[in-house]
Design a protein around this ligand. Sequence first.
Ligand code: SF4
Length: 396
Amino acid sequence: MAMTMTSSPRAPVQSLYVHVPFCAQKCEYCAFFSEASSGELIHRYVDALVAELELVAAELRPKTIFFGGGTPSLLNLRQWEKILRTLDRLGLLGAEEFTVECNPATVSLDKAKLLRAMGVNRISMGVQSLDEALLDRLGRVHSRAMVFQSFDVLRQAGFDNVNLDLMFAIPGQTLAAWRATLADAIAMGSEHLSSYEVIYEEDTPLFAQLHAGEFDVDEDLACAMYDELLERATAAGFQQYEIANFAKDTNAIHPPSAGRPPSRACRHNLSYWRGADFHGLGPSATGYVRGVRTKNWSNTQLYCEQLEKGKRAIESREELSPLARAGETAAFGLRTTAGWPFEEFRQTTGHDLREQWLADMTKCVQLGWGQLAKDSFRLTRHGLRFADAAAELFLR
Ligand code: SF4
Protein backbone atom coordinates (compact mmCIF):
# COMPACT_ATOMS: atom_id res chain seq x y z
CA MET A 1 0.00 0.00 0.00
CA ALA A 2 1.28 3.47 -0.83
CA MET A 3 2.35 5.56 2.15
CA THR A 4 2.06 9.32 2.07
CA MET A 5 4.81 11.63 3.30
CA THR A 6 2.22 13.61 5.24
CA SER A 7 0.67 10.61 6.96
CA SER A 8 3.38 9.73 9.47
CA PRO A 9 1.53 8.98 12.71
CA ARG A 10 3.98 11.10 14.70
CA ALA A 11 4.36 14.18 12.50
CA PRO A 12 2.66 17.21 14.07
CA VAL A 13 0.13 19.00 11.90
CA GLN A 14 1.63 22.20 10.49
CA SER A 15 -1.45 24.11 9.29
CA LEU A 16 -4.34 25.41 11.36
CA TYR A 17 -7.57 26.93 10.07
CA VAL A 18 -10.01 28.58 12.47
CA HIS A 19 -13.50 29.54 11.35
CA VAL A 20 -15.14 32.57 12.97
CA PRO A 21 -18.83 32.28 12.02
CA PHE A 22 -20.09 35.82 12.59
CA CYS A 23 -20.72 38.74 10.26
CA ALA A 24 -22.21 42.19 10.80
CA GLN A 25 -24.79 41.32 8.14
CA LYS A 26 -25.15 38.63 5.52
CA CYS A 27 -23.93 39.49 1.99
CA GLU A 28 -26.26 38.74 -0.92
CA TYR A 29 -24.01 36.13 -2.52
CA CYS A 30 -22.59 34.39 0.54
CA ALA A 31 -22.94 30.67 1.16
CA PHE A 32 -20.24 30.40 3.82
CA PHE A 33 -21.43 29.36 7.22
CA SER A 34 -21.82 32.68 9.03
CA GLU A 35 -24.53 34.51 10.87
CA ALA A 36 -25.26 37.99 12.13
CA SER A 37 -25.01 37.44 15.83
CA SER A 38 -25.47 38.65 19.37
CA GLY A 39 -22.64 39.39 21.80
CA GLU A 40 -23.69 36.47 24.01
CA LEU A 41 -23.19 33.80 21.33
CA ILE A 42 -19.84 35.27 20.27
CA HIS A 43 -18.70 35.12 23.88
CA ARG A 44 -19.74 31.48 24.10
CA TYR A 45 -18.04 30.69 20.80
CA VAL A 46 -14.72 32.13 22.02
CA ASP A 47 -14.82 29.89 25.11
CA ALA A 48 -15.67 26.88 22.95
CA LEU A 49 -12.83 27.67 20.57
CA VAL A 50 -10.42 27.88 23.50
CA ALA A 51 -11.61 24.41 24.58
CA GLU A 52 -11.22 23.03 21.03
CA LEU A 53 -7.69 24.44 20.78
CA GLU A 54 -6.83 22.71 24.06
CA LEU A 55 -8.10 19.40 22.68
CA VAL A 56 -5.93 19.48 19.52
CA ALA A 57 -2.87 21.45 20.69
CA ALA A 58 -0.73 18.36 21.32
CA GLU A 59 -1.04 17.35 17.65
CA LEU A 60 -0.19 20.80 16.31
CA ARG A 61 2.97 22.72 15.57
CA PRO A 62 1.60 25.29 13.14
CA LYS A 63 3.79 26.85 10.51
CA THR A 64 0.71 28.55 9.06
CA ILE A 65 -2.44 29.75 10.83
CA PHE A 66 -5.45 31.21 9.05
CA PHE A 67 -8.44 32.75 10.82
CA GLY A 68 -11.23 33.00 8.24
CA GLY A 69 -14.96 33.33 8.27
CA GLY A 70 -17.27 34.89 8.64
CA THR A 71 -15.57 38.02 9.82
CA PRO A 72 -12.77 37.35 12.31
CA SER A 73 -12.18 41.10 12.72
CA LEU A 74 -15.67 41.34 14.22
CA LEU A 75 -14.32 39.87 17.47
CA ASN A 76 -13.55 42.62 19.96
CA LEU A 77 -10.20 43.30 21.66
CA ARG A 78 -10.96 41.22 24.74
CA GLN A 79 -12.07 38.24 22.66
CA TRP A 80 -8.95 38.43 20.52
CA GLU A 81 -6.78 38.71 23.62
CA LYS A 82 -8.35 35.56 25.02
CA ILE A 83 -7.76 33.59 21.81
CA LEU A 84 -4.22 34.82 21.27
CA ARG A 85 -3.26 34.20 24.92
CA THR A 86 -4.61 30.66 24.56
CA LEU A 87 -2.49 30.11 21.45
CA ASP A 88 0.50 31.43 23.40
CA ARG A 89 -0.19 29.27 26.47
CA LEU A 90 -0.52 26.17 24.28
CA GLY A 91 2.74 26.88 22.45
CA LEU A 92 0.98 27.49 19.14
CA LEU A 93 2.27 30.99 18.38
CA GLY A 94 5.34 31.63 16.24
CA ALA A 95 3.90 30.49 12.91
CA GLU A 96 5.83 31.62 9.83
CA GLU A 97 2.56 32.95 8.45
CA PHE A 98 -0.44 33.93 10.57
CA THR A 99 -3.32 35.41 8.57
CA VAL A 100 -6.51 37.01 9.84
CA GLU A 101 -9.36 37.95 7.49
CA CYS A 102 -10.72 41.44 8.06
CA ASN A 103 -13.71 43.36 6.87
CA PRO A 104 -12.84 47.03 6.25
CA ALA A 105 -15.74 48.06 8.51
CA THR A 106 -14.28 46.32 11.55
CA VAL A 107 -10.60 47.29 11.58
CA SER A 108 -9.41 49.57 14.40
CA LEU A 109 -5.86 50.63 15.20
CA ASP A 110 -5.99 49.05 18.68
CA LYS A 111 -7.13 45.72 17.29
CA ALA A 112 -4.63 45.78 14.44
CA LYS A 113 -1.79 46.56 16.86
CA LEU A 114 -2.82 43.76 19.21
CA LEU A 115 -2.93 41.24 16.35
CA ARG A 116 0.44 42.38 15.05
CA ALA A 117 2.04 42.30 18.51
CA MET A 118 0.83 38.73 19.09
CA GLY A 119 2.33 37.32 15.89
CA VAL A 120 -0.31 37.90 13.21
CA ASN A 121 1.77 38.92 10.20
CA ARG A 122 -0.67 38.81 7.31
CA ILE A 123 -4.10 40.35 6.78
CA SER A 124 -6.58 39.40 4.11
CA MET A 125 -9.06 42.21 3.59
CA GLY A 126 -12.42 41.51 1.95
CA VAL A 127 -12.80 44.49 -0.38
CA GLN A 128 -14.81 42.92 -3.24
CA SER A 129 -15.34 46.24 -5.03
CA LEU A 130 -14.40 49.91 -4.80
CA ASP A 131 -17.62 51.00 -6.47
CA GLU A 132 -20.22 52.21 -3.94
CA ALA A 133 -23.20 51.07 -5.99
CA LEU A 134 -21.77 47.57 -6.42
CA LEU A 135 -20.87 47.30 -2.71
CA ASP A 136 -24.54 48.05 -2.04
CA ARG A 137 -25.60 45.53 -4.67
CA LEU A 138 -23.55 42.85 -2.90
CA GLY A 139 -24.92 43.78 0.53
CA ARG A 140 -21.46 44.63 1.83
CA VAL A 141 -21.41 46.40 5.15
CA HIS A 142 -18.44 48.67 4.31
CA SER A 143 -17.95 51.66 2.03
CA ARG A 144 -15.19 52.47 -0.47
CA ALA A 145 -13.71 55.05 1.93
CA MET A 146 -13.46 52.44 4.71
CA VAL A 147 -11.25 50.28 2.50
CA PHE A 148 -8.64 53.03 2.15
CA GLN A 149 -8.89 54.00 5.83
CA SER A 150 -8.50 50.42 7.02
CA PHE A 151 -5.58 49.78 4.70
CA ASP A 152 -3.80 52.80 6.21
CA VAL A 153 -4.60 51.58 9.73
CA LEU A 154 -3.09 48.15 8.91
CA ARG A 155 0.07 49.75 7.58
CA GLN A 156 0.28 51.97 10.69
CA ALA A 157 -0.01 48.88 12.87
CA GLY A 158 3.00 47.40 11.06
CA PHE A 159 1.40 44.96 8.59
CA ASP A 160 3.63 44.65 5.55
CA ASN A 161 1.83 41.65 4.06
CA VAL A 162 -1.75 42.45 3.07
CA ASN A 163 -4.09 40.73 0.65
CA LEU A 164 -6.97 42.52 -1.04
CA ASP A 165 -9.84 40.26 -2.01
CA LEU A 166 -11.83 41.40 -5.06
CA MET A 167 -14.82 40.08 -6.93
CA PHE A 168 -15.73 40.43 -10.60
CA ALA A 169 -18.70 39.71 -12.87
CA ILE A 170 -20.97 41.26 -10.24
CA PRO A 171 -24.48 41.79 -11.68
CA GLY A 172 -24.55 45.29 -13.15
CA GLN A 173 -20.76 45.63 -13.21
CA THR A 174 -19.38 47.01 -16.49
CA LEU A 175 -15.89 46.38 -17.81
CA ALA A 176 -15.11 50.05 -17.14
CA ALA A 177 -16.22 49.72 -13.50
CA TRP A 178 -14.05 46.61 -13.06
CA ARG A 179 -11.06 48.41 -14.60
CA ALA A 180 -11.56 51.30 -12.17
CA THR A 181 -11.71 49.00 -9.12
CA LEU A 182 -8.65 47.09 -10.30
CA ALA A 183 -6.68 50.28 -10.90
CA ASP A 184 -7.62 51.70 -7.48
CA ALA A 185 -6.87 48.42 -5.69
CA ILE A 186 -3.51 47.99 -7.41
CA ALA A 187 -2.59 51.61 -6.59
CA MET A 188 -2.99 50.79 -2.89
CA GLY A 189 0.23 48.79 -3.13
CA SER A 190 -0.75 45.56 -1.37
CA GLU A 191 1.56 42.54 -1.52
CA HIS A 192 -1.18 40.13 -2.60
CA LEU A 193 -4.36 40.17 -4.64
CA SER A 194 -7.02 37.51 -4.90
CA SER A 195 -9.95 37.85 -7.22
CA TYR A 196 -12.89 35.55 -7.81
CA GLU A 197 -15.75 35.58 -10.26
CA VAL A 198 -19.13 35.81 -8.53
CA ILE A 199 -20.63 32.39 -8.11
CA TYR A 200 -24.30 31.76 -7.62
CA GLU A 201 -24.75 29.44 -4.68
CA GLU A 202 -28.12 27.95 -3.89
CA ASP A 203 -29.92 29.48 -0.93
CA THR A 204 -28.44 32.94 -1.46
CA PRO A 205 -30.47 36.03 -2.39
CA LEU A 206 -28.33 36.53 -5.51
CA PHE A 207 -29.13 33.01 -6.72
CA ALA A 208 -32.85 33.65 -6.19
CA GLN A 209 -32.63 36.92 -8.14
CA LEU A 210 -30.85 35.19 -11.02
CA HIS A 211 -33.53 32.51 -11.16
CA ALA A 212 -36.28 35.11 -10.97
CA GLY A 213 -34.85 36.58 -14.19
CA GLU A 214 -33.75 39.84 -12.59
CA PHE A 215 -30.47 39.74 -14.51
CA ASP A 216 -28.49 37.54 -16.89
CA VAL A 217 -25.02 36.09 -16.61
CA ASP A 218 -22.71 37.34 -19.35
CA GLU A 219 -19.92 34.73 -19.70
CA ASP A 220 -18.07 36.70 -22.38
CA LEU A 221 -17.93 39.74 -20.13
CA ALA A 222 -16.70 37.60 -17.22
CA CYS A 223 -13.90 36.23 -19.46
CA ALA A 224 -12.95 39.75 -20.54
CA MET A 225 -12.79 40.78 -16.87
CA TYR A 226 -10.55 37.83 -16.01
CA ASP A 227 -8.22 38.72 -18.92
CA GLU A 228 -8.14 42.29 -17.63
CA LEU A 229 -7.22 41.02 -14.17
CA LEU A 230 -4.35 38.91 -15.52
CA GLU A 231 -2.99 41.77 -17.60
CA ARG A 232 -3.24 44.53 -15.03
CA ALA A 233 -2.02 42.49 -12.08
CA THR A 234 0.97 41.19 -14.04
CA ALA A 235 1.81 44.67 -15.34
CA ALA A 236 1.77 45.93 -11.74
CA GLY A 237 4.40 43.38 -10.63
CA PHE A 238 2.15 40.62 -9.30
CA GLN A 239 2.86 37.02 -10.26
CA GLN A 240 -0.07 34.71 -10.74
CA TYR A 241 0.55 31.50 -8.77
CA GLU A 242 -3.00 30.09 -8.69
CA ILE A 243 -6.14 30.62 -10.74
CA ALA A 244 -7.35 33.53 -8.61
CA ASN A 245 -4.25 34.45 -6.61
CA PHE A 246 -1.45 36.89 -7.34
CA ALA A 247 1.49 37.88 -5.18
CA LYS A 248 4.54 40.09 -5.34
CA ASP A 249 8.00 38.69 -5.05
CA THR A 250 9.83 40.84 -2.56
CA ASN A 251 12.59 38.41 -1.68
CA ALA A 252 15.77 40.05 -2.90
CA ILE A 253 17.99 37.23 -1.61
CA HIS A 254 16.29 34.52 -3.61
CA PRO A 255 15.19 36.02 -6.92
CA PRO A 256 12.26 34.39 -8.74
CA SER A 257 13.03 30.99 -10.16
CA ALA A 258 10.92 28.66 -12.24
CA GLY A 259 8.44 26.72 -10.16
CA ARG A 260 8.96 28.67 -6.92
CA PRO A 261 5.89 30.67 -5.85
CA PRO A 262 6.41 34.41 -5.32
CA SER A 263 7.60 35.26 -1.79
CA ARG A 264 4.28 36.87 -0.77
CA ALA A 265 2.17 33.91 -1.90
CA CYS A 266 -0.18 32.67 0.83
CA ARG A 267 1.70 29.73 2.35
CA HIS A 268 -1.38 28.47 4.13
CA ASN A 269 -3.37 28.12 0.93
CA LEU A 270 -0.35 26.68 -0.86
CA SER A 271 -0.22 23.96 1.78
CA TYR A 272 -3.84 23.01 0.92
CA TRP A 273 -3.03 22.90 -2.77
CA ARG A 274 0.02 20.77 -2.03
CA GLY A 275 -2.02 18.20 -0.11
CA ALA A 276 -0.71 18.90 3.40
CA ASP A 277 -2.55 17.90 6.58
CA PHE A 278 -4.42 20.61 8.44
CA HIS A 279 -6.66 20.97 11.46
CA GLY A 280 -9.88 22.95 10.99
CA LEU A 281 -11.49 24.39 14.13
CA GLY A 282 -14.69 26.35 14.64
CA PRO A 283 -18.23 25.67 13.37
CA SER A 284 -18.39 24.15 9.84
CA ALA A 285 -14.60 23.89 9.55
CA THR A 286 -13.13 20.91 7.74
CA GLY A 287 -9.81 19.32 8.57
CA TYR A 288 -7.66 16.62 7.03
CA VAL A 289 -5.28 14.74 9.27
CA ARG A 290 -3.53 11.43 8.53
CA GLY A 291 -5.96 10.33 5.86
CA VAL A 292 -9.13 11.29 7.73
CA ARG A 293 -11.29 14.19 6.68
CA THR A 294 -13.44 15.73 9.41
CA LYS A 295 -16.15 18.36 9.37
CA ASN A 296 -17.42 20.27 12.37
CA TRP A 297 -21.11 20.99 12.93
CA SER A 298 -22.36 23.97 10.91
CA ASN A 299 -24.34 25.15 13.90
CA THR A 300 -22.72 27.48 16.40
CA GLN A 301 -25.02 26.50 19.31
CA LEU A 302 -24.34 22.82 18.77
CA TYR A 303 -20.63 23.49 18.33
CA CYS A 304 -20.56 25.29 21.70
CA GLU A 305 -22.64 22.60 23.44
CA GLN A 306 -20.28 19.81 22.32
CA LEU A 307 -17.19 21.64 23.50
CA GLU A 308 -18.84 22.60 26.78
CA LYS A 309 -19.17 18.83 27.34
CA GLY A 310 -15.45 18.43 26.62
CA LYS A 311 -15.96 16.81 23.20
CA ARG A 312 -14.82 17.79 19.70
CA ALA A 313 -17.74 19.16 17.66
CA ILE A 314 -17.26 16.82 14.73
CA GLU A 315 -20.31 16.09 12.57
CA SER A 316 -18.67 13.70 10.12
CA ARG A 317 -15.48 11.73 9.59
CA GLU A 318 -14.43 10.16 6.34
CA GLU A 319 -11.38 8.03 5.78
CA LEU A 320 -10.09 8.32 2.22
CA SER A 321 -8.13 5.59 0.51
CA PRO A 322 -4.55 6.61 -0.36
CA LEU A 323 -5.51 6.59 -4.07
CA ALA A 324 -8.59 8.78 -3.52
CA ARG A 325 -6.54 11.20 -1.46
CA ALA A 326 -3.82 11.27 -4.12
CA GLY A 327 -6.47 12.04 -6.76
CA GLU A 328 -7.74 14.95 -4.68
CA THR A 329 -4.22 16.18 -4.13
CA ALA A 330 -3.56 16.02 -7.88
CA ALA A 331 -6.74 18.01 -8.52
CA PHE A 332 -5.93 20.69 -5.92
CA GLY A 333 -2.39 21.12 -7.20
CA LEU A 334 -3.63 21.75 -10.73
CA ARG A 335 -5.06 25.05 -9.51
CA THR A 336 -1.52 26.37 -9.15
CA THR A 337 0.39 27.72 -12.13
CA ALA A 338 3.29 25.41 -11.22
CA GLY A 339 1.06 22.33 -11.47
CA TRP A 340 2.76 19.15 -10.26
CA PRO A 341 6.44 18.24 -10.55
CA PHE A 342 6.19 14.44 -10.75
CA GLU A 343 8.78 13.82 -8.04
CA GLU A 344 7.08 16.19 -5.59
CA PHE A 345 3.74 14.51 -6.23
CA ARG A 346 5.28 11.09 -5.64
CA GLN A 347 6.89 12.22 -2.39
CA THR A 348 3.63 13.80 -1.21
CA THR A 349 1.25 11.00 -2.10
CA GLY A 350 3.31 7.87 -2.74
CA HIS A 351 1.76 7.68 -6.24
CA ASP A 352 3.14 8.48 -9.67
CA LEU A 353 1.10 10.79 -11.87
CA ARG A 354 2.66 9.17 -14.97
CA GLU A 355 1.22 5.79 -14.02
CA GLN A 356 -2.27 6.33 -12.57
CA TRP A 357 -3.14 9.55 -14.40
CA LEU A 358 -1.34 9.36 -17.76
CA ALA A 359 -4.58 9.09 -19.76
CA ASP A 360 -6.08 12.07 -17.91
CA MET A 361 -3.01 14.23 -18.49
CA THR A 362 -3.03 13.24 -22.16
CA LYS A 363 -6.70 14.17 -22.43
CA CYS A 364 -5.97 17.60 -20.93
CA VAL A 365 -3.18 18.13 -23.46
CA GLN A 366 -5.53 17.14 -26.32
CA LEU A 367 -8.12 19.64 -25.08
CA GLY A 368 -5.47 22.37 -24.97
CA TRP A 369 -5.79 22.57 -21.17
CA GLY A 370 -2.56 20.91 -20.09
CA GLN A 371 1.17 20.97 -20.73
CA LEU A 372 3.06 17.73 -20.18
CA ALA A 373 6.81 18.12 -19.70
CA LYS A 374 9.52 15.56 -18.93
CA ASP A 375 9.33 16.16 -15.18
CA SER A 376 5.99 17.90 -14.55
CA PHE A 377 2.40 18.51 -15.59
CA ARG A 378 0.52 21.78 -15.34
CA LEU A 379 -2.51 23.46 -16.79
CA THR A 380 -1.96 26.09 -19.49
CA ARG A 381 -3.22 29.65 -19.04
CA HIS A 382 -6.26 28.64 -21.10
CA GLY A 383 -6.62 25.39 -19.13
CA LEU A 384 -6.71 27.17 -15.76
CA ARG A 385 -10.15 28.46 -16.74
CA PHE A 386 -11.30 24.85 -16.90
CA ALA A 387 -9.50 23.76 -13.74
CA ASP A 388 -12.70 22.42 -12.15
CA ALA A 389 -13.45 20.24 -15.17
CA ALA A 390 -9.81 19.12 -15.36
CA ALA A 391 -9.84 18.33 -11.63
CA GLU A 392 -12.81 15.98 -12.12
CA LEU A 393 -10.67 13.84 -14.42
CA PHE A 394 -8.10 13.26 -11.69
CA LEU A 395 -10.45 12.20 -8.88
CA ARG A 396 -10.49 8.50 -8.02
S1 SF4 B 1 -18.56 39.20 5.06
FE1 SF4 B 1 -17.82 37.35 4.01
S2 SF4 B 1 -18.51 35.61 5.25
FE2 SF4 B 1 -19.65 37.44 5.93
S3 SF4 B 1 -21.58 37.34 4.79
FE3 SF4 B 1 -20.14 38.64 3.61
S4 SF4 B 1 -19.10 37.21 2.19
FE4 SF4 B 1 -20.12 35.97 3.78
